[in-house]
Design a protein around this ligand. Structure first.
Ligand SMILES: [Zn+2]
Length: 416
């Protein structure tokens, strides 16, 4: 009995000697818009979760301490418009024009990506098996209302738009599917919008709209004033392709009407959907976006768009504050896709965290047409933490010096 008690005491002592936290991000400026935080604080992570956010958490309480002073510490970024249905061999967005999520997410601070309708209600299981379930990035999806998604057959065939089938597929994958998407429609009438909204109604999920090609009948006034529901998302809000900005230079009044009705406006930069001649007047007329997203695909990433932090830098230079830019890329998109467990640093939340560096100088930013606008501030990603693990560390802030590092010899793989 005495011996048991003694062992018990010894094990308690051993436990208390162990650092409480796996990782401590020390000295950074924390911006956590959901919790109204914007000040220098430390963030402690344990067991893959946010354990504590406070001033002056002792370094001795953590196994690893990363000095992030002079940098911004934010919730892991959420990019709600990407195309990541890669690897099928097709010459379409459902293939060669998509990218694999992990190759582009962490290096730019993104921990959650939402595929915006690359797969439709019919080919979603293939997308999930091929990409989503194999990625370390959290990948969620908006299901295209067209069964084949953004495949070689295009998105104009109303007979392939099936709200019941889309709703059924969404309900069988509730942990991944966060809504529906319609895009690129160039047919007659409103079938793409009406069917997508119907799928949204059947599931109580939002619809993201790329409004395709407008006609006299199919215009922004009817879309934003009547067809879409509060909570639906209008992406490509600075494209100008759908008269977002009128020829007079005034913002289309339908945009304000939509905002008042509770429709969200998303950047969706892409290769053809963000232009300075639209974004700058829109900002001057006090119309910032609700969410920042990239519309990442092979056509946009090497052109003006580049990556999430570049698009965030553009919004910063347009005149939004750092706090608003972080809100637009964390808590706002989390709310838009109805995932309130994401996009903040609540104690107990999954530890998805991004560390950003804000450089000051003379920079240039390119829009989808290739036109440049100068700016004085540029964000870059220093560190990304996904579920408590460091998955991107530009300057080795969480790494050990090589002189103290315990190198191990590479084992020889077993011969088959
Ligand atoms: Zn897109």
């Amino acid at each position: 009995m005495i011996r048991t008690c003694f062992l018990f005491l010894v094990s308690i002592c051993a436990l208390s000697a162990q650092p409480a936290y796996d990782l401590l991000l020390k000295g950074g400026h924390v911006i956590d818009p959901k919790n109204g935080v914007s000040k220098v604080m430390d963030v402690a992570i344990a067991g893959g979760k946010i354990a504590r956010v406070a001033e002056n958490i002792p370094a001795s309480q953590a196994k690893t301490v990363a000095d992030v002073s002079g940098l911004y510490v934010t919730p892991g970024l959420i990019d709600i418009h990407v195309h990541v249905y890669a690897g099928t061999g097709r010459k379409a967005l459902t293939g060669d024009s998509s990218v694999y999520p992990d190759g582009f997410s962490f290096r730019t601070g993104v921990t959650t990506m939402v595929d915006a309708g690359t797969a439709g209600w019919r080919n979603f299981p293939d997308f999930r098996e091929r990409v989503i379930d194999r990625a370390r990035t959290r990948v969620l999806a908006l299901l295209n209302i067209v069964g084949g998604g953004m495949g070689p057959d295009g998105e104009d065939n109303p007979r392939d738009m099936d709200p019941e089938a889309a709703a059924k597929m969404a309900k069988s994958h509730p942990e991944i599917v966060v809504g529906f998407k319609t895009a690129h429609f160039n047919g007659e009438g409103w079938p793409s919008i009406d069917h997508a909204v119907q799928a949204g109604k059947l599931t109580d999920l939002p619809v993201m709209v790329d409004f395709g090609y407008i006609t006299k009948e199919r215009n922004l006034t009817t879309l934003l004033g009547d067809k879409l529901r509060p909570g639906d998302i209008y992406t490509h809000c600075y494209s100008g392709h759908r008269e977002e900005l009128l020829e007079s230079g005034k913002l289309n009044p339908a945009m304000e009407v939509g905002r008042k009705r509770g429709i969200f406006f998303d950047v969706g930069h892409g290769a053809g959907s963000f232009y300075w001649y639209v974004a700058i007047p829109a900002y001057q007329q006090k119309f910032p976006p609700d969410s920042i997203s990239t519309d990442l695909h092979t056509g946009s990433m090497n052109a003006g768009m580049k990556d999430m932090v570049n698009v965030m830098s553009k919004v910063l230079n347009l005149g939004s504050s750092m706090e608003d830019v972080i809100r637009m890329s964390t808590w706002n998109p989390a709310k838009q896709i109805k995932r309130p467990q994401l996009g903040h640093l609540d104690v107990g939340a999954g530890a998805d965290v991004t560390v950003l560096r804000l450089d000051r100088g003379n920079f240039g930013f390119i829009d989808s047409a290739g036109a440049r606008s100068g700016g004085t501030r540029m964000l870059d990603c220093e560190m990304t933490i996904r579920a408590g693990r460091v998955v991107w560390d530009l300057n080795g802030r969480a790494a050990q010096d090589w002189k103290n590092f315990q190198y191990r010899k590479r084992p020889r793989p077993d011969k088959k």
